[in-house]
Design a protein around this ligand. Structure first.
Ligand SMILES: *[C@@H]1O[C@H](CO)[C@@H](O)[C@H](O)[C@H]1NC(C)=O
Ligand SMILES: *[C@@H]1O[C@H](CO)[C@@H](O)[C@H](O)[C@H]1NC(C)=O
Ligand SMILES: *[C@@H]1O[C@H](CO)[C@@H](O)[C@H](O)[C@H]1NC(C)=O
Ligand SMILES: *[C@@H]1O[C@H](CO)[C@@H](O)[C@H](O)[C@H]1NC(C)=O
Ligand SMILES: *[C@@H]1O[C@H](CO)[C@@H](O)[C@H](O)[C@H]1NC(C)=O
Ligand SMILES: *[C@@H]1O[C@H](CO)[C@@H](O)[C@H](O)[C@H]1NC(C)=O
Ligand SMILES: *[C@@H]1O[C@H](CO)[C@@H](O)[C@H](O)[C@H]1NC(C)=O
Ligand SMILES: *[C@@H]1O[C@H](CO)[C@@H](O)[C@H](O)[C@H]1NC(C)=O
Ligand SMILES: *[C@@H]1O[C@H](CO)[C@@H](O)[C@H](O)[C@H]1NC(C)=O
Ligand SMILES: *[C@@H]1O[C@H](CO)[C@@H](O)[C@H](O)[C@H]1NC(C)=O
Ligand SMILES: [Cu+2]
Length: 543
């Protein structure tokens, strides 16, 4: 998956003069047989192909995706991870939140403006479906790239855990009362660039910008290059001050853009290691640390030499990404509103394993939450109309501080839709809960959309509520989403009142007899009447 020099550079130089364009994709979501690690299985692809294609646009372009569900036996939908959907919250994509799932045979159009440059990705946000393959890179080029001129070529590098069993079956096997240790499914293998060969053509005197994306459902990954250091320039689509890294730890859904240079002295081929981190906390030896899924790729300078060396790392000690500094040098925002979330595993009334924020697990309702916000008049400021989606009402213009207290011993990557947050603090494993005091925060905090919160520790995040919509905040371990590890931010509800939705989006609801107005159960007369709310997670998982 190389972006060729010629086309990417031409794209950049033209773009600085070009007017904002519209980039259109006509996509059928289809089953495809693939064997990326040698094991053949049906995967979810696009237009009968897999890996899925890349979305490529320039800042301020309009992206149109005309998506038809040709799966025949499953609903679908797409989320554009890290794209903030400013003035288009109805295009964010999570099923049950900003739309109904798209039924087989139906078409839905996503249309939105890409307001920020960087490395993003898209994926299904329905049914635990992206680990079945429905994910791809989403690149937004920057005519004003502050690092332009410091690199010659761009390369996309993706890493993912991979499973030989369909996600639906994995989730069904996980959500059973005898899963008393809340165990997720563990991967069968590692994929890099959705396969198992990803060598990089590496020419003397050239610098490469690697756009590194983690598609995982569970596992983080460690990255290390033999004899070469990385210069990280961006995290999650936000520029940072250049930061040297010998090793990078990337969690599910995160992205890093970094530069790597072939010096004039370099000769031969250099291995690089991507090691899947399925450990609950790689720093905590007492949890039994293992590295069972490794991938070796090569920086290839000389094709006449063998590709036989391996890259061995004695001890993983990745750069601390919470110490990255935002490129602009912005200080921490002062906050108005505090949302404190204690995360722990829990059980529901039927003894099924769940994940909870403040003792409540997310339970999907009938009406997508954004549709409820749009159709419940002034009552949309009352959390009670949304049902048990862990709703938090946030006023327009407020700066919100989210504190996540991770009461579990594992690392969990938390993602916010609709915003890039500042990461003010992300202390080491074992620190315990936030002491409810604000001290010693980063002076130029990095901004990102997914933060890895260490085991038995916390993270302090801030963002400005300048983007009306309904935005999920959730662990990006897909299996934990299915266990209910999600909260819902109802941002600027006054401006959501009376919002309207495209006919094709509403039609997806109508085709499945899903109500699309009123409170969580579709009551359009008495918004606080909770009759029909779903208050216990279903015991049979159908998505
Ligand atoms: C994108 O649009 C905004 C708002 O019109 C403008 O300020 C900005 O300069 C544009 N960016 C680019 C790269 O064209
Ligand atoms: C979107 O896809 C549908 C089904 O393939 C097709 O009928 C329709 O013309 C497409 N719309 C656009 C705008 O391309
Ligand atoms: C849907 O079809 C695919 C491809 O034939 C198959 O692998 C999968 O098991 C089916 N899923 C369900 C839920 O029937
Ligand atoms: C739960 O019990 C079923 C049936 O005995 C078994 O197949 C499954 O492996 C068990 N799952 C766990 C997580 O123990
Ligand atoms: C690399 O750059 C140096 C300094 O600019 C130059 O002298 C040398 O010829 C270049 N080598 C190659 C292989 O391009
Ligand atoms: C994976 O790589 C790490 C670091 O070099 C090493 O410790 C580990 O033994 C490797 N695992 C396997 C299965 O080779
Ligand atoms: C969750 O429940 C536990 C046990 O009942 C209680 O001690 C704790 O205070 C609750 N936490 C929150 C945030 O409500
Ligand atoms: C390491 O794991 C053990 C076992 O769960 C736990 O008791 C301990 O607090 C953990 N240490 C740190 C630093 O998180
Ligand atoms: C909601 O507001 C609309 C417009 O103001 C009004 O027509 C409707 O009766 C209101 N519905 C309820 C249930 O209050
Ligand atoms: C709406 O429903 C709630 C809960 O059932 C009830 O307490 C309230 O009286 C109802 N309001 C009206 C106007 O019927
Ligand atoms: Cu998690």
């Amino acid at each position: 998956m190389l972006l060729s020099t010629a086309s990417s550079l031409a794209f950049l130089s033209l773009a600085s003069f070009a007017k904002a364009a519209t980039v259109t994709y006509n996509w059928d979501v289809t089953w495809v047989n693939a064997s990326p690690d040698g094991f053949a299985r049906p995967v979810v692809g696009i237009n009968n192909e897999w890996p899925c294609p890349r979305i490529q646009a320039t800042v301020n372009d309009t992206v149109v995706i005309n998506l038809t569900n040709q799966l025949g036996n499953q609903t679908t939908g797409l989320h554009f991870h890290g794209i903030n959907q400013v003035r288009s919250p109805e295009m964010d994509g999570p099923a049950g939140v900003t739309q109904c799932p798209v039924p087989p045979g139906s078409t839905i159009t996503y249309q939105f403006v890409v307001d920020r440059p960087g490395t993003y990705w898209y994926h299904s946000h329905n049914l635990g479906q992206y680990p079945d393959g429905l994910r791809g890179p989403f690149i937004v080029d920057d005519p004003n790239d502050p690092y332009a001129g410091q690199y010659d070529e761009e390369i996309i590098l993706t890493v993912s855990d991979w499973y030989h069993t369909a996600s639906l079956d994995l989730v069904r096997a996980m959500l059973v009362p005898n899963n008393t240790h809340d165990l997720p499914p563990f991967p069968d293998s590692i994929l890099v660039n959705d396969g198992q060969a990803a060598n990089i053509d590496f020419q003397s005197n050239k610098t490469y910008r690697i756009r590194y994306i983690c598609y995982s459902a569970l596992a983080s990954a460690m990255l290390h290059f033999d004899s070469h250091t990385m210069q990280v320039i961006m995290n999650d689509g936000a520029y940072i001050k250049k930061q040297e890294a010998y090793q990078l730890h990337i969690a599910a859904a995160q992205r890093y853009d970094f530069l790597i240079t072939a010096s004039e002295r370099d000769k031969g081929n250099f291995p690089y290691l991507v090691a899947l981190d399925v450990n609950r906390d790689y720093q905590n030896a007492s949890l039994g640390v293992s590295w069972n899924h490794n991938f070796t790729g090569y920086l290839v300078m000389d094709t006449s030499q063998p590709l036989d060396k391996i890259d061995v790392v004695q001890e993983f000690s990745p750069v601390d990404d919470s110490h990255f500094e935002n490129y602009e040098g912005d200080g921490p925002l002062d906050y108005d509103t505090l949302i404190e979330l204690d995360f722990a595993f829990c059980q529901d009334e039927n003894g099924y394993p769940r994940a909870c924020f403040n003792n409540f697990t997310y339970i999907g309702q009938q009406v997508p939450t954004l549709y409820t916000a749009a159709t419940t008049n002034d009552s949309n400021t009352n959390p009670a109309v949304y049902g048990q989606v862990n709703p938090f009402i946030v006023n327009s213009g407020d700066v919100v501080q989210i504190v996540v207290n991770n009461l579990d011993v594992a690392i969990h990557p938390f993602h916010l839709h609709g915003h890039h947050f500042q990461v003010l603090d992300r202390p080491k494993s074992g620190t315990g809960k936030w002491p409810r005091r604000d001290t010693n925060y980063a002076s130029t905090p990095p901004r990102r959309d997914t933060v890895g919160v260490m085991g038995t520790s916390y993270a302090i995040l801030r963002f400005t509520a300048d983007n009306p919509g309904v935005w999920l905040f959730h662990c990006h371990i897909e299996w934990h989403v299915e266990m209910g590890l999600t909260a819902t931010i109802i941002e600027a509800p006054a401006s959501l009142q009376g919002m309207t939705f495209p006919d094709d989006h509403i039609n997806a609801c109508k085709l499945q007899n899903i109500p699309y107005q009123g409170n969580a159960a579709g009551n359009t007369v008495n918004f606080t009447d909770t009759t029909g709310f779903i208050t216990v997670p279903p015991t049979v998982y159908n998505g």
